[in-house]
Design a protein around this ligand. Structure first.
Ligand SMILES: Cc1cc2nc3c(=O)[nH]c(=O)nc-3n(C[C@H](O)[C@H](O)[C@H](O)COP(=O)(O)OP(=O)(O)OC[C@H]3O[C@@H](n4cnc5c(N)ncnc54)[C@H](O)[C@@H]3O)c2cc1C
Length: 492
């Protein structure tokens, strides 16, 4: 089939009925559910862009195997040109959603592409796993499917591993092997956009201990597979909020969910890893699933940060406070943080290396530095926005007030900004800012930057430990090696 249109994506959504729970109710029709409608249209728009002559060259490439167009995120990177082709595609998608939708289809396309490109690693343990991921990659690519993923065990008791939890199926694990497939039971988090996707892929961060064999799993299934329960978090919008009042929250709500597997049968040809703690722990370091998705998320994060910084600058300019030194200092800091991320991204792309098997991998240190800095830089941008917007963020009336002819003269008189910024423009700017720095939507977007790629604290500690192991400390060693003799005291 090749690249899908938005309509084809929506038709697929309408054709199935996954078990999605929202606000205590089973969702009857995903497409007709008001909470989901606008985000569905945003995703559909991304599929349509693949067919739009204005974007097609940036977003798609011709598949060598099929001769059809495919999303550029399915292109296995084998050169600098491939890296930059993908980078451009990630950026076009990110710009469309202002970086606020983190789990657009391109994200997991890169995960499956990197797993398939490195199937040699799985074949060391089981030839079928390698063949399964390769054919899954083709299935995903050729049908242009939309995936969610859940790779983290719910918190429950973090001081214990999976097999030590009081219930052995609190965390997702294998129950039994049957001829038709592997039966799995338990929960996994935090599947963003799960209700709106076609399929889900499960794998895990490293960290399995002996005894955790049943939890060492990787597989994929359609989102409407029997026994898969999707429980959504409390929504941040209800589908009726005005785009004037909530220009971002009303459009880009990415619903997160807990996935509970109630004796779900995973066909054997969709199992990529099972019952092998060593393979599960090495999956990240050996297959590039850290780097390829990190490329997508770095580009997206860069756009999101750049957007937040632009909003902060507009807030300051609209009320004339950016003439003050302290405000200029804060905004200058934010602009520099965008430049830091941009520079790191370009470094990661330029300083790629080729693996023995021909994969072009971005510089992992630069990518990890982006992932280490963003959890501080993005919240800082939000904090500066709150500080500069101050009380003004809390006095904005609604679209209904604005449209009321009785109120309008007062609004026009009292809600304007500096000269040249009328009440409508100022309200629009401040409402953008409020969605980012006050609304639940904005707090979720902030929490996303902190945690979407794992715990930033432990990730930074891992980064330091790797540095210590691999770095030769030649600068300091060279001075230590010099003969810095203590001078003998001069005697006359
Ligand atoms: C908005 C959002 C969207 C997300 N989307 C997805 C998604 O689509 N798919 C997906 O799979 N995941 C997703 N995630 C989940 C994300 O991967 C996890 O939140 C992240 O890995 C952190 O894990 P945790 O939330 O369980 O925190 P925990 O690991 O439980 O950490 C909680 C706190 O305890 C500390 N802590 C916990 N364990 C230890 C330890 N062993 N040593 C030292 N300190 C410890 C941490 O430092 C942290 O401060 C999303 C998260 C967010 C916030």
């Amino acid at each position: 089939m090749g690249i899908r249109t938005g309509d084809q994506y929506i038709e697929a959504l309408k054709s199935r009925k996954p078990e999605v729970w929202l606000n205590g109710k089973l969702v009857e029709s995903i497409f007709d559910e008001p909470y989901f409608q606008q985000p569905i249209l945003e995703i559909a728009r991304l599929y349509d862009m693949q067919h739009d002559p204005a974007y097609q060259e940036d977003l798609t490439v011709i598949c060598e195997e099929t001769g059809e167009r495919m999303a550029a995120s399915f292109l296995p990177p084998r050169s600098y040109e491939d890296i930059m082709k993908r980078s451009k595609a990630f950026e076009v998608v990110a710009r469309q959603t202002y970086g606020l939708m983190g789990r657009t289809p391109d994200f997991l396309n890169t995960v499956v592409t990197s797993l398939a490109q490195n199937s040699w690693f799985l074949s060391k343990y089981n030839k079928d796993w390698a063949a399964n991921i390769e054919s899954y990659y083709r299935h995903l690519r050729d049908n242009d499917l939309f995936l969610t993923h859940a790779i983290v065990n719910p918190q429950n008791d973090r001081s214990k591993t999976s097999h030590e939890q009081s219930d052995k199926f609190t965390h997702l694990g294998a129950v039994e092997e049957r001829p038709e497939g592997l039966v799995v039971r338990g929960a996994k988090m935090l599947a963003t956009l799960a209700a709106l996707t076609d399929e889900v892929i499960i794998y895990s961060f490293p960290g399995f201990a002996p005894g955790d064999e049943r939890y060492a799993l990787a597989f994929a299934i359609p989102i409407d597979t029997k026994g898969l329960k999707i429980i959504c978090r409390e929504p941040v919008q209800d589908g009726t909020r005005s785009t004037f009042d909530h220009p971002l929250a009303s459009r880009y709500e990415e619903m997160d969910a807990l996935l509970i597997f109630e004796d779900v049968v995973v066909p054997w040809d969709k199992v990529f890893l099972y019952n092998n703690v060593e393979a599960a722990n090495l999956l990240y370091p050996m297959t590039g699933i850290a780097e390829q998705p990190a490329h997508q998320s770095s580009v997206r994060g860069y756009i999101k940060l750049a957007f937040a910084v632009e909003v902060a600058c507009k807030v300051a300019d609209s009320i004339g406070v950016d003439q003050y030194l302290n405000v200029q200092r804060d905004l200058g800091e934010l602009v520099q943080s965008v430049e830091v991320i941009r520079a790191l991204l370009r470094t990661a792309e330029r300083e790629y290396t080729m693996t023995e098997r021909g994969e072009a991998r971005l510089n992992p240190d630069a990518l990890e530095t982006i992932r280490g800095m963003m959890p501080e830089m993005y919240p800082r941008a939000v904090e500066v926005m709150q500080t500069i917007g101050a009380g003004g963020l809390l006095m904005m009336p609604t679209e209904a007030d604005f449209l009321n002819p009785e109120l309008r003269p007062s609004i026009d008189r009292h809600y304007g900004g500096r000269e040249g910024v009328d009440a409508e423009l100022r309200m629009k700017i401040f409402k953008l800012a409020w969605d980012l720095c006050g609304e639940a939507f904005g707090m979720r977007a902030l929490q996303y930057e902190r945690y979407y790629t794992g715990d930033p604290i432990r990730k930074r500690a891992i980064f330091y430990n790797k540095f210590k192991k691999q770095h030769n400390f030649d600068l300091v060693n060279s001075i230590l090696a010099k003969e810095n003799c203590l001078k003998e005291p001069q005697t006359n």
